[in-house]
Design a protein around this ligand. Structure first.
Ligand code: GBH
Length: 470
């Protein structure tokens, strides 16, 4: 690997999400979300950490925009906190909340940074959860109402509308393994949630285009799973990997891009649900034109088929929860990673990203793609002078961005790359223990310090030339 030049118009950015950075959860008329409730429930997050303060972005946003301008970013992907702009999830908007995002988007534009908005990065208004959350079909309609309102309020400032971030996590981690809010462990509920999230996306896409015109750019960010058989010679393992592809990927790709749920997926989960939550006409509503597909990529999975009576040997991939997020896959074992891993314990495999991008390009005939998240948590070294060295993160980024470049060489239409994350932040159930930022945050003082990786990334962003870290 050596130098590689990216296309002139390739978009270089960084990403964050509202609950992970904003704090100020009771300020400015914001209503409670499921993550407030969840993080304040004892035992749900690492050391009881919450997003109450997070990195105080709600008060420090000007400083953070200046930081991004200093790095030379082309674009910034952030999420709107639904309960900040519409506290009850339906009904009246909160002008102060809307004003916050208008000011942020305006400041970004003034700094030459394109705002890329995610409408839902997991912080559902608690009132909607009290009515069933994503298991209730009505939540999809409420989401479309919220999306329409945002298109109206921010349409002049926003170029790309990403409806949902990783509906896989919302459905399976929220309702099957329960390691994310709302912390439910009910496989049937997880599948209903997945469908209602798909429906929410479709209804929102249509609402945004009704508001802003048919050419409005709509996207969704998926965490697609690259899954490999433990033994590529063993048919049963290949089959297991295929099943993960169905439950993890095609439950979203199917309705979004092919207009149907795969028959095999329905069969695989038939003992869990009869899929009666899919109503006539839903599939047509879900399949709206996708202008660009957002790809969030971190790692790969290795799986094997368990024999009769065999029990899984490890929790590989299932986190700390006893319940599996993998609905319908009781005979699939997720293996512990073998090679190098990040601080999350996720294996490092840049080739998976190249594979994923080229496979999507073939399957969906040149569909425009955007890396909406890629990055890694590592334990950084803070020197006596305060300088932060993170060579492992630099190496991770270098090798993954190179994989993106190779995918482009092989014909993938990849439009941009958003690094996760701009800042160290609240890493959901892991609280503040895991740091993904290229900018370090001292949580005691909220002081921001760009890490070595930030300087390296900035050089790439400015030159468009990928060079190995020094
Ligand atoms: C993203 O999710 C989020 O969008 C972002 O908010 C977050 O901070 C960032 O990545 C870093 O975590 O153990 O079987 O449940 C990450 C998606 C999905 C990646 C679950 C790891 C583990 C599979 N994650 N996956 S399992």
């Amino acid at each position: 690997m050596s130098e590689r030049t990216f296309p002139e118009d390739f978009v270089w950015g960084a990403a964050t999400a509202a609950y992970q950075i904003e704090g100020a959860v009771t300020e400015g008329g914001r209503g409670p979300s499921i993550w407030d409730t969840f993080s304040h429930t004892p035992g749900r997050t690492h050391e009881g950490d919450t997003g109450d303060v997070a990195v105080d972005h709600y008060h420090r946003w000007r400083e953070d925009v200046a930081l991004m301008a200093g790095l030379g970013l082309d674009a910034y992907r952030f999420s709107i906190s639904w309960p900040r702009v519409q506290p009850g999830g339906r009904g009246p908007l909160n002008p102060e909340g809307v004003g916050f995002y208008r000011a942020l988007a305006g400041e970004l534009a003034a700094a030459g940074i394109n705002p890329v908005v995610t409408l839902y990065h997991w912080d559902l208004p608690q009132e909607l959860q009290d009515a069933g959350g994503w298991t209730n079909r009505e939540t999809a309609y409420a989401f479309a109402g919220y999306a329409r309102a945002m298109a109206r309020e921010l349409g002049d400032l926003v170029e790309v509308w990403t409806t949902l971030n990783e509906p896989w996590c919302s459905a399976y981690l929220g309702y099957a393994s329960g390691v994310h809010a709302p912390g439910v462990t009910d496989p049937a509920a997880a599948l209903a949630a997945a469908h209602h999230l798909n429906l929410a996306h479709g209804l929102a896409a249509a609402a945004i285009r009704e508001e802003l015109g048919d050419d409005a750019n709509v996207s969704i960010a998926l965490n697609l799973h690259v899954t490999r058989p433990a033994d590529p010679e063993r048919a049963a393992d290949l089959e297991a990997a295929h099943e993960v592809d169905l439950v993890g990927n095609h439950i979203f790709l199917g309705p979004l891009l092919d207009g149907s749920y795969p028959v095999e997926l329905r069969e695989l989960t038939s003992s869990v649900t009869d899929w009666s939550f899919v109503q006539e006409g839903d599939l047509a509503l879900i399949r709206q034109r996708l202008d660009v597909l957002g790809v969030n990529y971190y790692s790969t999975n290795y799986v094997r088929r368990l024999g009769p009576g065999e029990r899984p040997t490890g929790t590989g991939g299932h986190g700390d929860s006893a319940a599996s997020p993998w609905v319908g896959l009781d005979t699939v074992e997720f293996l512990a990673p073998r090679g190098p891993v990040t601080a999350m314990g996720w294996n490092i495999e840049p080739e998976g990203l190249h594979e994923l991008l080229t496979a999507l390009t073939i399957a969906y005939d040149g569909l425009p793609l955007m890396i909406t998240e890629n990055g890694a948590a590592f334990d950084d070294t803070v020197g006596a002078d305060g300088a932060v060295q993170d060579p492992e993160r630099q190496d991770y980024l270098y090798r993954h961005i190179d994989a993106v470049g190779r995918a482009i060489d092989d014909g993938a239409d990849v439009r941009g790359y958003f690094l996760w994350s701009l800042l160290d932040n609240f890493e959901w159930a892991y609280g503040y223990a895991k740091r993904f930022g290229i900018v370090r945050v001292d949580y005691a003082t909220q002081e921001r310090t760009p890490k070595a990786s930030a300087r390296w990334y900035s050089e790439l962003v400015r030159s468009g030339v990928l060079r190995p870290p020094a």
